[in-house]
Ligand binder design. Structure first.
Ligand code: PHE
Length: 447
């Protein structure tokens, strides 16, 4: 089977694809929103600590499971199991992750659809099609269905092309475009009136809030979501990495890119809110900063409106940025179930992609048609429960089930010198003891 399996063709290809999965709405929307909700810089600081101290080791656990197994999540976890009970456990964890990825995609595609609609809106405005513009930004059911369908279709198109021609090629195109757009927009916003006040709120921490339990829970959840953990996505991307690659540095590069882009997005969005305020847009409600969809879909467009014609361009660039970031993430979400049914049931990739894409779209439709009951529910089910629990179970697999010598051998593959590194000395016991306990504690605290 290994001959017919896809593989990332280059180191850069993997880094961009995995960073593409990691960098998404979570970074550009979620992180700045969470930062404004949780006391600005204090949240940023705690996020940085947790991303490197807990999420990175967990990321490495999933990556190494995949690279060792060279197969989808269920099979990769089964390969390191040594008895029947462990194999059953492997199925539950692997399949749970795949299910979580599919469910995540069903709500992610809806939000990404909004981003697509908002990308087109500046064009209809420029063309003078006022009615179309209003339709695109009014949150109607038809608009949601149509744009979720378009977004899911784009994801299906890329995934049906496979690993090299689909995931790797498109990540290589889209990721640099995303960074360029983000940096240009940030520089522009920082030159506007009011930006400096936002910068202060973002960068100077109120240390008294640092150990607020809610802040810690939110920061950990955000870090897990952002690094795509607990969804089997990193396991499957790991399985496309060649045995002669240095996993430790690959994982570190992806984590660094992900954290850097979240940080950069905060540098754009938080100052943008204060710029909006300087332009007369309301950014507080009952003394609290606006966040969530109000921030991205109301405050920022109101800011763009005050900029005249430049605003139309900026608005287009901003929502295009969010659409691109969503697409490189959704392709990884769809790859999780697709790789499973291709390998498990021998279905050809094209067919498997269409089947899974349609099932996920059907779930998105159910969510759209029962929006108030299901949207928030599916988000919290997957991101607050599914991801941390499955991420923790993957650490338990690596720490307690995988035979230690086989684990270390896998770690050495492509990286002989690792034996003399700090990573070698710390990571195995850290993943065995610290990660599961810390994740469990934070999780229990959140209940
Ligand atoms: N990490 C992505 C983001 O930040 C979301 C994601 C979660 C992607 C889980 C894949 C799997 O938007």
């Amino acid at each position: 089977m290994s001959e017919t399996r896809g593989k990332f063709n280059s180191r850069l290809g993997f880094i961009l694809a995995a960073a593409g999965s990691a960098v998404g709405l979570g970074n550009i929307w979620g992180f700045p929103t969470q930062a404004t909700e949780n006391g600005g810089a204090a949240f940023v600081l705690m996020y940085l600590i947790l991303a490197f101290c807990l999420a990175y080791p967990a990321f490495m656990a999933e990556l190494i499971i995949g690279r060792h197994g060279q197969a989808n999540a269920v099979e990769s976890l089964t390969k390191i199991s040594r008895n029947e009970a462990q194999r059953k456990f492997a199925f539950v964890v692997g399949f749970g992750g795949i299910l979580c990825a599919g469910l995540l995609m069903s709500f992610y595609a809806i939000v990404a659809g909004w981003m697509l609609a908002y990308t087109i809106e500046p064009i209809t405005t420029l063309a003078g099609a006022t009615e179309a513009s209003t339709w695109l930004t009014s949150h109607g059911t038809e608009r949601n269905l149509l744009f979720t369908l378009i977004f899911t279709g784009l994801t299906i198109f890329i995934i049906s092309r496979g690993v090299e021609d689909g995931i790797e090629r498109w990540s290589k195109r889209l990721m640099p475009a995303l960074v360029l757009l983000l940096v240009s927009l940030t520089i522009y916003v920082l030159t506007l009136d009011g930006a400096m006040e936002g910068l202060k709120a973002y960068l100077i921490p109120d240390t008294s809030r640092l150990f607020d339990p809610d802040l810690i829970v939110n920061a950990l959840g955000q870090a897990f979501f952002s690094l795509s953990l607990g969804t089997s996505v990193i396991i499957i991307y790991g399985s496309y990495v060649a045995k002669n690659e240095n996993l430790v540095s690959l994982g570190a590069s992806v984590t660094l890119i992900d954290v850097a882009i979240a940080f950069l997005a905060g540098l754009l969005i938080v100052p943008a809110m204060y710029v909006a305020q300087a332009q007369g847009v309301d950014i507080f409600k009952d003394g609290v900063l606006l966040s969530g969809d109000t921030l991205v879909l109301t405050v920022l467009p109101a800011l763009f409106d005050t900029m005249g014609n430049v605003g139309i361009l900026v608005s287009f660039a901003f929502f295009l940025l969010l659409s691109i970031a969503s697409l490189t993430s959704s392709i990884s979400m769809l790859e999780a179930p697709v790789s499973y049914i291709v390998e498990r049931f021998g279905i050809v990739r094209n067919k498997a992609t269409i089947i899974m894409g349609c099932i996920i779209f059907a779930v998105s439709c159910i969510i759209i048609l029962n929006f108030s009951a299901l949207f928030g529910f599916v988000i919290s089910l997957t991101t607050e429960y599914g991801q941390p629990i499955i991420g923790m179970l993957c650490c338990i697999f690596v720490g307690w089930i995988w035979h230690r010598s086989s684990l270390l051998e896998e770690l050495k593959s492509g990286n002989e010198g690792v034996e003399h590194s700090l990573f070698w000395k710390i990571w195995p016991w850290y993943t065995k003891l610290v990660c599961p306990v810390a994740i469990a504690l934070v999780f229990i605290n959140s209940l």
